[in-house]
Design a protein around this ligand. Structure first.
Ligand code: GRG
Length: 327
């Protein structure tokens, strides 16, 4: 019987993915381009990191990208998602990651950026707000310590209090949420594990219990979800797998099945990777499919740092890479 189902893609479409990212900035007449303006700096980080892991960062013009990053900078020390957008930790981290990848951190006033980041720590709880409006979330604890670590300025905050806040976000299942008592979610697990790794406090994690929760995220089709009873999504190939890598337990999932799932989400016509097979690809899922494959050691990709989501060569150069724990 003839089937209209597309044949699943089983090889890694490196050249198409490179072209997909290269073309992203040439779609200025598309609605998506304008709708994603507030995330543009994140998008540049996602695209550059994916290209770097494929060994092709020169596809983007270094000086143009640096100029764009600097145009998102505010004198207060933070970066916005696009010129004219308010500064926030989410974009400040992307700005720092891009500059660090290009070995261009000397192009900013590092002390001023560190001042902006440390100003967002709450004196009482040790938590971080993302910006002056004050919303607190473990994502921002991660962004803050990752920025400061990349800048060599971790001594600018009360690290013990920051750690205590994240430790309080651990749930009965060994995983972590966005604030104390909030549901465990793999995205927040990445942030909390990464934050604790940077603070050198992985001892606070129940690594077997967390490893079991993370490994349970793999579904029959090989994909990973972000919490129980939810659908698989390529981005969890990063949030889940990087956390497993940091606690030395990548081998607790079926690597071959996850590889098959990620490859099936590639778009064989346009390049790029989608959240699920047959959906429209985007640069966010393209990065996290590629970082997942890198952590799995497939496709001859450059190694990714599971804590910083940057090429390991960059975090090694900066002296912040940590060896993974052995189980
Ligand atoms: C340097 C990689 C990097 C990140 C910076 C912002 C941040 C730090 C981390 C975000 C972590 C996070 C919360 C990821 C989850 C993203 C996501 C797909 C959320 C979707 O949530 P739901 O509830 O999806 O819509 P589910 O899958 O639970 O149905």
């Amino acid at each position: 019987m003839a089937s209209s189902e597309p044949t699943p893609t089983t090889s890694f479409l490196r050249d198409l993915h490179i072209r997909f990212i290269e073309n992203l900035d040439k779609q200025k007449d598309s609605l998506e381009y304008w709708m994603s303006e507030h995330l543009r700096l994140n998008g540049v980080y996602w695209g550059l990191t994916a290209l770097a892991l494929m060994g092709r960062s020169e596809v983007l013009d270094r000086e143009d990208v640096i100029k764009y990053v600097l145009s998102c900078y505010h004198d207060v020390g933070g970066f916005g998602g696009h010129p004219g957008h308010d500064p926030h930790l989410l974009y400040t981290l992307s700005g720092i990651q891009i500059l660090a990848t290009y070995d261009a951190l000397d192009r900013i006033d590092r002390a001023q950026v560190a001042k902006f980041v440390s100003s967002l720590q709450k004196k009482d709880s040790g938590a971080f707000a993302g910006d002056e409006w004050g919303e607190v979330d473990t994502r921002f604890s991660y962004c803050a310590v990752a920025c400061l670590s990349l800048l060599g300025a971790l001594d600018q905050i009360d690290l013990d209090r920051a750690v205590a806040f994240v430790a309080q976000c651990r749930n009965f299942d060994g995983a972590y949420g966005s604030e104390p008592g909030a549901e465990s979610h793999a995205g927040q697990v990445f942030c909390c594990v990464g934050m604790l790794a940077i603070a050198n406090r992985l001892d606070l994690i129940d690594q077997d219990m967390l490893g079991t929760w993370l490994a349970d995220r793999q579904l029959k089709n090989g994909g990973l979800n972000g919490r129980p009873q939810k659908l698989e999504d390529v981005c969890y190939s990063w949030w889940v797998l990087s956390s497993l890598a940091t606690i030395g337990r990548v081998h607790w999932i079926d690597r071959e099945k996850l590889r098959g799932f990620i490859l099936s989400c590639q778009d064989p016509e346009t390049g790029g990777i989608a959240d699920r097979a047959g959906d429209v690809p985007d640069v966010f899922h393209t990065l996290f499919g590629i970082t997942g494959l890198s952590l799995l050691n497939y496709e001859n990709l450059d190694p990714v740092d599971p804590v910083y989501c940057m090429p390991l060569s960059v975090t090694r150069r900066l002296g912040v890479a940590r060896p993974p724990l052995s189980p």
